[in-house]
Design a protein around this ligand. Structure first.
Ligand SMILES: [Zn+2]
Length: 196
């Protein structure tokens, strides 16, 4: 189900209707693509914490076309490596002892490197092909799974990524934890979401 929703989110920015009015989007809840803005979901369940980031590629890479020069490819590789590490992007309360277990990245810009490593669902491939055909906008999606030694100590999520990615202006964060639902729009000036 989750996969289907993600594929739909990827496909929507390429719809004919959206092309007609450029960056004025009507799909705010599904697949909105506004440069400078990203969404982040956090779910804490027991000792598992999972983050899902959905961002226009421009916010992280600086462009959204398929990398064609060595410089472009180096930029994409650097961003991909930073996202695989994740510690420069997200920071949990240290006392919670959250350790990154797995990262799953998906983007048309990463696709050339990914094809050797991963099996993609068919709907994923279609989303990719769609983006390739139009070549105007591209997203980067990432899922980051953590296991926390002391999840009860988890008091805040901070996003140091604003330091490294100035094109990222704000991130809409939704969190579901044992203490309930939390939401905020985080920025470089206010990069921390309280989870109390
Ligand atoms: Zn775009």
């Amino acid at each position: 189900m989750r996969r289907t929703l993600l594929a739909l989110a990827l496909a929507l920015p390429c719809s004919q209707a959206l092309h007609a009015h450029e960056h004025e989007h009507e799909h705010d809840s599904l697949g909105a693509h506004e440069h400078g803005v990203a969404s982040l979901n956090l779910v804490v369940d027991g000792n598992q914490a999972s983050l899902e980031l959905d961002s226009p590629a421009a916010n992280l890479v600086g462009f959204e076309y398929q990398p064609s020069t060595d410089e472009d490819r180096a930029t994409v590789a650097r961003v991909k490596a930073a996202m695989e590490q994740a510690d420069g992007l997200f920071s949990f309360t240290p006392a919670a002892g959250c350790q990154l277990q797995q990262v799953d990245l998906d983007s048309p810009l990463f696709a050339a490197q990914d094809h050797d490593e991963h099996d993609h669902h068919d709907d994923h491939e279609h989303a990719h092909d769609h983006s390739h055909e139009h070549g105007e906008h591209a997203d980067i999606e990432g899922r980051f799974d953590y296991v926390c030694d002391a999840p009860e100590q988890l008091e805040a999520l901070t996003l140091p990524l604003f330091n490294d990615y100035p094109a990222m202006q704000r991130i809409q964060v939704q969190a579901i934890t044992a203490s309930g639902q939390h939401g905020a729009i985080l920025t470089a000036e206010q990069p921390t979401l309280s989870l109390d």
